[in-house]
Design a protein around this ligand. Sequence first.
Ligand code: RBV
Length: 422
Amino acid sequence: MTDVKLPFKVADLGLAPQGHLKIDWAEARMPVLMALREEHARRGSLKGMRVAGCLHVTKETAVLVRTLVAAGAEVAWSGCNPLSTQDDVAAALADQGVPIYAWHGMSTEEFYWAIDRTLDFQPTLTLDDGADLIFSVHNRHPELAKGVIGGTEETTTGVHRLRAMAAAGALKYPVIAVNDAETKWDFDNVFGTGQSSIDGILRATSVLLAGKNFVVAGFGHCGWGCAMRAHGLGANVICTEIKPTAALKAVLHGFRVLPMDEAARIGDIFITATGMKDVIVTRHFASMKDGAIVCNTGHYDCEVNLRELAALASGVREIRPNCEEYTLRDGRRIYVLAKGRLVNLAAAEGHPSEVMDMSFANQFLSLIRLAREGRGLAVGVHDIPETQDQELAGLKLGTLGVGIDALTPEQLRYRDDYTSGT
Ligand code: RBV
């Protein structure tokens, strides 16, 4: 780390000491990434790379940033959501000499201004969560694309759009779909989203979940995590879906499945986890109970249509941090958490360090792979190799002190033997 203060913009540099403590706390819970840091710091695996990152500024992200720097990269950073930046962490990174442009509550214009500052730095690698940085390169600064060896993408929504972009022939450099690693989506999306979304709801409301009708829109991995955790706290979970197999899974997990039009009438708490816009709209608000609580844990803030809610309301007031009370003209009150943005990151601290350990280990190894072989990778969206998943899961198990078995040569022969039957 350098002592030289490069240009940066954060809310308050005075918060740096608190940020450093938070980052130290996260480092103690991210042993896989820390082991990789040690190995690649020795090798200087990212020497000569300029990494622009656009990802939630959290204590876990700071551990990733420190790791990239330790491996020899120059790094510039912006947050990927206007409400997810932890100002103390941003200050700590600025204090360590990272050019970071992020503060909690930035406007949309400031959000893109911050991304552009990280592009001033002419990155050779881009790291995204939600693809706003890659889109900025492609749509607003296409001249920069030829200097970029490749990029990574953290989340489901971003990967979906990048695959659409690749299919349309619009993608200009290779991207690795970190989200699609088993050690990412089967842990971060399920256990990370489940716990942190409930954490956000509780910090913003402090309501009792036991006995409440808890409506989860979307039974993908994120929705499944939220449903499991709400069920664990005694809520009656209701799921809404558009995909028959996902709905069937929810039913067999013991959850009630209803169309949103019906769920809207009986829900006490609603959370959207779909990646789709307009999941909760006027007709749903119109039938909700007085006191209903509505929030979102999908990447973008379009799942709950707040413009439509505002049109029904006679007044809005902030009643607690991250909790706004909309009073409708008929007197009913609807509470919206974190302005319909990711409730887990805006009202709580995002996913716990223990799961981000594997997600960010995947990010780190993907950037190293791009630095090594990126120019040889075809333009398109690439998956993480299965071997990387097994290696990371093995490392994680080791840090947990969990041992597993291995097949004997005899068992391996048995598995592949197509000459024997019953
Ligand atoms: N996410 N990051 C954190 N604590 O840094 N928490 C959640 C953190 C990521 C997660 O990987 C998910 O794919 C993405 O945020 C959604 O924007």
